[in-house]
Design a protein around this ligand. Sequence first.
Ligand SMILES: Cc1cc2nc3c(=O)[nH]c(=O)nc-3n(C[C@H](O)[C@H](O)[C@H](O)COP(=O)(O)OP(=O)(O)OC[C@H]3O[C@@H](n4cnc5c(N)ncnc54)[C@H](O)[C@@H]3O)c2cc1C
Length: 387
Amino acid sequence: MEFDALVVGCGFSGAVCARVLAEEYGLRVRILDKRSHIAGNMYDEKDEHGILVHRYGPHIFHTNSEEAFSYIKPFSDWFFYEHRVLGRIRDKLVPIPFNFKSIDTLFPAEKAESLKAKLPAVFPGREKVTVSELVAASDAELAELGRFVFDYVFKNYTAKQWGTPVETLDSGVINRVPVVLSYDDRYFQDAIQMTPKDGFTALFENLLDHPNISVALGCDAKLHLSLDTEAGTMQFDGRPFEGICIYTGPADELFDFVYGPLPYRSLHMVFEHHDKTSFQPVSVVNYPNDGDFTRITEFKKLTAQKKTGSTTVMYEYPRAYVRGSAEAGIPYYAILNQKNRELHAKYAALAEKIPGLHLCGRLADYAYYNMDAAILAALRLARSVVK
Ligand SMILES: Cc1cc2nc3c(=O)[nH]c(=O)nc-3n(C[C@H](O)[C@H](O)[C@H](O)COP(=O)(O)OP(=O)(O)OC[C@H]3O[C@@H](n4cnc5c(N)ncnc54)[C@H](O)[C@@H]3O)c2cc1C
């Protein structure tokens, strides 16, 4: 073999693992990705109008982990970017998460003043509360506010996102919907909120630029890698492979769906170009109640691009995942519930039968990881696998 370690998938999970193994352990690393590009779901590129767009949905880097940021920081220049989201509610654009400005915009002045006075009095010292806390409040006006936010901000958006009525979802989902008890309109409160100056793909080019790393694109690992879970062995192109294999693709696919497929939710991204400087006031506007799409992203505002008279936006339509389909075959979101977690655990147990094989990343772990969590998990794994 011309490599010591094989990495399947070139998103953050695979690329960070590869860099650590190459740089810190001196291993020769081969990365395979079945897509025609690096950077996984963080892939961005200039469209035909010269505007940098995120092909797999808007990606904003935010973290409280100094460790995650300091690892990727040297691979790009960065600019400070705090994300702000508006939601179209009753024909008005209001901050999301719902905050005091949202209250001012949607309720008559007297009622808004009353709500803004009661919230800190009933929840002293809190920066935010959850919708479920509001719904359960003994004060009738606050409980009514909770139901309003549930109905107009959360319920239909979530139903569209998951393709199922909100009542059928894990109750934990509603417990996480916040209402902010101030005029703070930042979408994330993390200490570090930075965007790579030349985009994510450029960052990945630097991350992968190491003499010990080679990348094969348009290369489906399933056509090269075979596993024998009984014997606990791997083969690559028909020859025994006893090195390290880090796999960041879907866990069920790796084992030919022997226990059945893991369910996913997919997305349909529709890009539109407009001959105007600005399409909407902020980079992302959510549409909980109108249309079949959940949100519109205007990329120039996400990435501080200054072009005049030209802008590109993207409508995001959630849809069912159809394995093998060209249009609907991208597994964007794991559908997390007890049953699916148990199914994934069976695949993870199969992987453990093969020494040297390691699952890593949002697909292999069947989890939702933000980029920082994916980076941290990759750092931990790559620093633990070399014996
Ligand atoms: C719509 C959307 C928006 C998001 N926005 C944010 C955000 O704003 N901020 C944030 O922090 N996180 C965000 N995330 C999460 C972020 O995308 C993940 O943290 C990140 O994708 C994890 O990287 P990964 O390497 O684990 O997976 P991926 O980026 O999906 O990479 C996996 C790679 O494996 C490859 N692969 C799979 N099977 C094979 C095979 N058989 N052979 C070869 N290659 C294979 C795939 O082609 C893919 O390139 C978002 C996710 C989604 C879905």
